[in-house]
Design a protein around this ligand. Sequence first.
Ligand SMILES: Nc1ncnc2c1ncn2[C@@H]1O[C@H](COP(=O)(O)OP(=O)(O)OP(=O)(O)O)[C@@H](O)[C@H]1O
Ligand SMILES: [Mg+2]
Length: 330
Amino acid sequence: MKTVGLTKIYGGRIKALDGVDLNVESGKVFALLGPNGAGKTTLMRILTTQIKPTSGEAYVFGLSVVREGAKVREMVSYVPQEMSVWTDISGYENLLIYAKIYGIPPSRRNKLIWEALENMGLSEFANNLVKTYSGGMIRRLECACALLTRPKILFLDEPTIGLDPSARKAVWERLSIFRKENGATIFFNTHYMDEADLYADEIAIINRGRIVALGTPESLKHSLGGEIISLEVEDSAFGSKVLEAIKGLDVVSDIIMGGNEVNIVSRDAEHSLPEIMDILRLNGVSVRRVSITKPTLDDVFLKYAGVRLEPVAAGRISEVRHVRSMIRRG
Ligand SMILES: Nc1ncnc2c1ncn2[C@@H]1O[C@H](COP(=O)(O)OP(=O)(O)OP(=O)(O)O)[C@@H](O)[C@H]1O
Ligand SMILES: [Mg+2]
């Protein structure tokens, strides 16, 4: 899968994608990580031929999504961000409807449906109404629907949004089995940093329609160049003079600011901490809290996107969680 200078402008004014260049090797799990409105769903819709780009190119297995849409659709499956199953019928019946929509011949339907159910760990619930399923089971059923066509590349828009940690894990365990058995590529969008970290071979961080960082989870964290000393300070007291003095320390490779929080990247955090505290004391800066941590993707995101991811995401996630919990209650 490859994009070159991919741009999407909605209604002549909203630039959802702004020159996206990506290259995803087949067989890999690729995560697109970004806040609300970053352009994740837009990119996925273009790659699955649902909408056309304004400019630029996108290819799936070498096929242009614009000029060879029909061929691309034979290879891809897509699980949308929104609910895509009916809750007043059984899991099996949902799969049967999708099998018909996908044009799977009647003679092959039953076998493929049971394989997809088995793949997602839903066989014993096949004949239960979907409204009795948990949120995680619903998501796994949606994945099962997408697996019916044995896609070479599976696009998942927020596969675990609103699920609790054990349900999220179950979804990913099932997806990993599918990928290993079929050698398929998985391309997913997420707000969850830990999910990208755990399950993706490669991650692209997207913010305001632009890819701001790209690499394996390890290389992204490594790119920060050391451990992170996080200081919570009284922000008015923190001037550029203090910053310069800290930057001047040999082992300090970067300073990442985030509101009242100052994150100092140091190649030797333990030894530089006393020196940093001295500088702060001399300049009358009071520190509320100090911690030393290994870099996380959260720190990577803050560095490249300039904001922390979580708070921005809360609104939309709780909406989906609400919708999904209503469904669970029936
Ligand atoms: N059909 C549309 N018409 C106009 N603007 C749109 C349309 N779809 C998306 N947008 C805008 O394009 C930008 C990117 O939206 P997109 O849905 O791709 O982001 P996202 O990263 O998937 O966000 P979320 O995390 O909330 O799902 C946003 O500013 C959004 O409001
Ligand atoms: Mg989206």
